[in-house]
Design a protein around this ligand. Structure first.
Ligand code: URQ
Ligand code: ZN
Ligand code: ZN
Length: 480
């Protein structure tokens, strides 16, 4: 199976240059002008277009069992929709129930993901603690290519990790050469505010953002950052939505700490007025956590992306249809949390980022693909257009336009948070494993074609850090 992408401008996180790209057996084997390749290759004409690494969405939840229901998008339909939008890899989440062995949950999610049509990997959530969690984290890093562990600081009485779990898990991650990640909201504060609002008769979706103020995110972000700092691990903060959290990340990075921030395409574009929509279903369709924020937060998040204080973009694609959202008809805290976006992220980021002069094409590649690959240790296999890399590529037509709508999207959900948004800049071709899986509206995703991507641990880097920690190792004072 060979493919020649001709006449395009290659864009990586570092540069832009005119070159053809030749792929064989799922790998990039040549990048250069006027390539002389063996006959019989399929040819994609990329004239006037950009040739970029396929998008990596480091935050999705396909068919997640959550809040009494199951997300409507599965691993096949979700990875197919991703490729229709230029994303060729997702990093999803294994989320064990408290007291459930991590390895058991991991095997369950691996089974679900067999049907994926594009490559995928898993962060594994630590939602409880005992010796078996300590053991299973080691097995996952050593034998299953997991190098990131997630901690939900929200969702009290469900999957919330308290400080004891955070301390134990971050410490174990350091030993293993894995990176801890957090959903940073103070779960206790949210829980108390939910109770208070319901008691005051605010039961509609307008109560959702009121129960999750930006200060609840800022406090948790700072707490997680400082725990990681004392313990000695890096930290990745998922779906940063608020100025208060961005400020904590910016401060820690300014102090030289290795803290990474992720921002969702939705949080860059949508404000909290959606929760006051007169149509209950529209307001409920936007219930996700952290919530969409007041307008000033969007502007700050763009600056965070432009300044390099936020490194990746994602979607937190976790879909629930109207009949599922209706579970919270009388109590907003029972509306399943989650929204979609895996198909739209790249076009939204291009249109509103590159199109508005906020990002260069190379910065677009960095925040939609390369940085996630680097942070989760799969670069340059993923996130680059270079010889030896996986042939996961998007051919991008900067002039193509469309209006985003649930009526035309490939996502298995009956609402689109970007409904009606006009975008300029779309994939003309998506290439996964060296095969054209999307071509000018024709989606050719193959169920089960996706591969699980092992992500090597960071032990060598941590070993160096350990040496530094050794130097500063505290010693007991000898007395008397
Ligand atoms: O919190 C998350 O990331 C999962 C449960 C998806 N739902 C959401 O509202 N973000
Ligand atoms: Zn979350
Ligand atoms: Zn999530």
């Amino acid at each position: 199976m060979s493919l020649l992408i001709k006449g395009g401008t290659v864009v990586t996180a570092d540069d832009e240059f005119r070159a053809d790209v030749y792929c064989e057996n799922g790998k990039i084997v040549a990048v250069g002008e006027n390539l002389d390749v063996p006959g019989g290759a399929e040819v994609v004409d990329a004239g006037g277009q950009y040739v970029m690494p396929g998008g990596i969405d480091p935050h999705t939840h396909m068919q997640l069992p959550f809040m009494g229901t199951v997300a409507s998008e599965d691993f096949y339909s979700g990875t197919a929709a991703a490729m229709a939008g230029g994303t060729t890899m997702i990093i999803d989440f294994v989320i064990p129930s408290p007291q459930q062995r991590l390895m058991e949950a991991y095997e369950t999610w691996r089974g679900w993901a067999q049907k994926a049509s594009a490559d995928y990997s898993f962060h594994v959530a630590v939602t409880w603690w005992d010796e078996t969690v300590h053991e299973d984290m080691g097995t996952l890093v050593r034998d299953h290519g997991v190098n990131s562990f997630k901690h939900f600081m929200a969702y009290k009485n469900a999957i919330m990790a308290d400080d004891e779990i955070l301390y134990n898990s971050f410490s174990r991650a350091l030993e293993l050469g894995a990176i801890p990640t957090v959903h940073a909201e103070n779960g206790e504060l949210v829980f108390q505010l939910q109770k208070k609002l319901i008691a005051e008769g605010i039961t509609g979706p307008e109560g959702h953002p009121l129960s999750r103020p930006p200060e609840a995110e800022g406090e948790a972000a700072n707490r997680a950052i400082r725990l990681a700092q004392v313990i000695g691990t890096p930290l990745y903060v998922v779906h940063v939505s608020a100025i208060q959290a961005l400020e904590e990340i910016t401060r820690a990075r300014g102090e030289g700490y290795r803290v990474f921030g992720e921002v969702l395409a939705g949080h860059l574009m949508i404000d909290d007025s959606v929760y006051r929509h007169e149509d209950w279903d529209v307001a409920a369709a936007h219930v996700m956590s952290p919530p969409f924020r007041a307008k000033e937060h969007q502007a700050a998040l763009w600056k965070g992306l432009q300044s390099g204080n936020l490194q990746t973009t994602a979607t937190d694609h976790c879909c629930f249809c109207a009949d599922q959202k209706a579970m919270g008809r009388d109590d907003f805290s029972k509306i399943p949390n989650g929204t979609g976006g895996v198909e739209d992220r790249m076009a939204v980021l291009w249109s509103q980022g590159v199109g508005k002069g906020r990002l260069t094409p190379s910065e677009f590649v960095a925040v939609t693909s390369a940085n996630a690959a680097k942070i989760f240790n799969i670069y340059p296999r993923k996130g680059s257009v270079a010889v030896g890399a996986d042939a996961d590529i998007v051919v991008w037509d900067p002039a193509a336009t469309k209006t985003i709508s649930a009526k035309t999207h490939h996502q298995k959900v009956d609402y689109n948070i970007f409904e009606g948004m006009e975008v300029t800049g779309l994939p003309s071709h998506t290439i996964s494993q060296g095969k054209v899986t999307y071509k000018e509206g024709d989606l050719r995703a193959v169920e089960g074609a996706g591969n699980y991507v092992n992500r090597p641990n960071f032990a060598p880097y941590y070993a160096a850090m350990e040496k530094r920690n050794e130097l500063n190792k505290p010693t007991a004072v000898k007395r008397g």
